[in-house]
Ligand binder design. Structure first.
Ligand SMILES: [Zn+2]
Length: 306
């Protein structure tokens, strides 16, 4: 491999944390290439929905940038409208996955999440066994995930945030900025407001096309070179699924003996479970199923998809 190939590979699925030292603003930039293509190619999504899903996946990775957590961070959108489910997840190891379920006949070209019936968006952080935190994101009057998340940061007692998201068939990119209170030499509140506004203006110049076409280091330099960008070591991101045979077994046990037997009778003695995220197939014949049913009485596998 030549140097340039290595560089392209490294910067294509990556999370960059950075600091704008003059302004006292911290940021996260996420760029997904192969990992996003893996997710996007699983189902033939209409273009508008594919873009929305890519934005959600980039957002889930963005939100892991400035927090310490164990397990997974997920964004889950549900509605009774054309988009039934939109799920995006990033693990503490930088593994991303996502999917959407939709009604192709009802879906319009532009996906406006806030207008769908009974729309709800939740952020869940944590570990199934060790405890989870869930925050509900208000969607009233918002049309995009970035707008909804900005509103979430404004309403919660956390710092405000500026969030930009873009996705096409090849890349999903996210940029998040937050002021750092009491740092960067700005003790007066006015100075902080000025710096935050100044960075906001610089950020507004960025369009989706430029965001998708530009490598992270170059993008940050182009936007913020006058703000003294300090770039921390990048973290690699990759597609990855947390499904396992044990989890599927737990799901079968949770279904119960009658349901499992009925399914075996229906399907010529074989139960097949295909993971929607990664297409891994898990099969169980009658002997396997009896072993599973006789197995340890573990709590039902936490399913994010119910
Ligand atoms: Zn899987």
């Amino acid at each position: 491999m030549t140097d340039s190939l290595v560089e392209t590979f490294v910067s294509d699925d990556v999370l960059h944390r950075f600091m704008l030292e003059k302004a006292g603003v911290r940021g996260v930039l996420v760029r997904l290439g192969h990992s996003w293509q893996e997710i996007a190619s699983r189902v033939e999504y209409p273009e508008g929905l594919r873009s929305t899903l890519g934005q959600a996946v980039a957002a889930s990775a963005l939100l892991t940038g400035n927090i310490k957590f164990e397990g997974t961070l997920s964004l889950e959108f549900k509605s009774q409208g054309a988009v039934r489910l939109l799920f995006a997840e990033t693990t503490d190891q930088g593994r991303v996955r996502g999917l959407a379920r939709f009604d192709p006949d009802a879906l319009s070209h532009i996906v406006d999440l806030g207008t769908l019936d009974e729309a709800m968006l939740a952020i869940t952080v944590g570990h199934a066994e060790k405890g989870r935190y869930q925050g509900v994101v208000t969607l009233d009057g918002t049309s995009s995930i970035s707008e909804a998340l900005e509103g979430y940061f404004d309403r919660s007692e956390q710092l405000p945030a500026r969030i930009l998201l873009a996705a096409d068939g090849d890349h999903a990119v996210g940029l998040m900025l937050q002021p750092v209170p009491g740092e960067g030499g700005h003790s007066a509140a006015d100075a902080d407001d000025d710096a935050w506004a100044r960075v906001g203006h610089l950020t507004e110049t960025l369009g989706a096309r430029e965001m998708l076409a530009t490598r992270p280091e170059e993008l940050l330099y182009r936007l913020y070179h006058e703000e003294q960008v300090r770039l921390y070591d990048p973290r690699p991101l990759a597609f990855g699924c947390t499904c396992s045979r044990e989890r599927v077994e737990g799901m079968l046990r949770a279904l119960g003996r009658d349901e499992v037997h009925a399914t075996l009778d229906d399907r010529n003695g074989e139960i097949e479970v295909i993971c929607e995220f990664c297409a891994t197939r898990y099969t169980f014949d009658r002997v396997d199923a009896e072993q599973v049913l006789a197995g340890p009485d573990t709590p039902p596998a936490p399913s994010t998809l119910q």
